[in-house]
Design a protein around this ligand. Structure first.
Ligand SMILES: N[C@@H]1[C@@H](O)[C@H](O)[C@@H](COP(=O)(O)O)O[C@@H]1O
Length: 235
């Protein structure tokens, strides 16, 4: 696992400070294309960036995923999340999020993948699902996958439905960058906090690639940083 570096933090707030400095360094070094994630894990990071003097006005961003059927006006959409937590505070040169309301979802995925390939992400941020998913690549997704329409796992619907009115309100399909799309980023930073994420990180540190745990696909990538508050993972 020489490609995977661990940063142990005391909690989400410390992680946000570390990620603020990391972002500053990346921007100073000329980062132009940034891969962004959603989820509660990312909120303190975006809050820190939003309050900072960081300048994203020359940066192009790509988000990982979006629920099918939810547009930017829906507070449960990832487009809304990004506008609310980051884009309304910091202007970017361009921002891209898969369009979950597109009429032809397959065409939308193909276009998104083409844009991504063209742009080449310098740094991709990731969270991880309790079942080891990255973006919405659920267990069983081939590591060769590109941007696609996916069916959410029952466990993901259970966890993520906490943000919806009730379980029946959460879409059971989504558009997501594939695992190969994610691995094409030059650098990857994954954040994982709390005991619920322990088993996913443990699968990664075992060092065995398996599609049962999409997070283990990161073992194929040359430059991965894991930021976590979990004791006993990095040793
Ligand atoms: N599609 C997103 C993932 O990209 C994210 O990593 C995960 C973790 O969410 P949280 O940060 O809230 O634990 O949630 C969703 O399923």
């Amino acid at each position: 696992m020489q490609n995977v570096r661990f940063i142990k933090v005391g909690g989400k707030e410390e992680a946000a400070t570390v990620m603020l400095e990391r972002m500053r360094k990346e921007l100073d070094e000329g980062l132009r294309v940034l891969g962004l994630a959603t989820g509660s894990t990312m909120i303190p990071v975006y809050e820190a960036w939003a309050k900072s003097d960081l300048d994203f006005s020359e940066v192009i961003s790509f988000n990982l995923d979006e629920y099918v059927g939810l547009g930017a006006d829906n507070p449960n959409s990832y487009a809304w999340f990004m506008n609310h937590h980051l884009f309304s505070h910091k202007p970017f040169k361009e921002t891209y999020i898969p369009d979950g309301t597109a009429e032809d979802l397959t065409a939308e995925c193909d276009e998104y993948e083409a844009l991504l390939r063209d742009a080449e992400i310098d740094l991709q941020f990731l969270g991880v699902g309790e079942n080891g998913h990255i973006a919405f690549n659920e267990p069983g997704t081939p590591f060769s996958s590109t941007t696609h329409v996916t069916e959410l796992a029952d466990s993901t619907l259970g966890v993520n439905s906490q943000y919806f009115e009730d379980r029946s309100a959460i879409p059971n399909t989504a558009l997501t960058m594939g695992i190969a799309s994610i691995l094409s980023a030059k650098k990857i930073v994954l954040l994982a906090f709390g005991e619920k994420k322990r088993s996913a990180l443990q699968e990664l540190v075992k060092g065995q690639k398996t599609t049962d745990y999409p997070i283990t696909s990161l073992l194929d990538h040359p430059d991965v940083t894991i930021v976590t508050d979990l004791e006993g993972i990095a040793e």
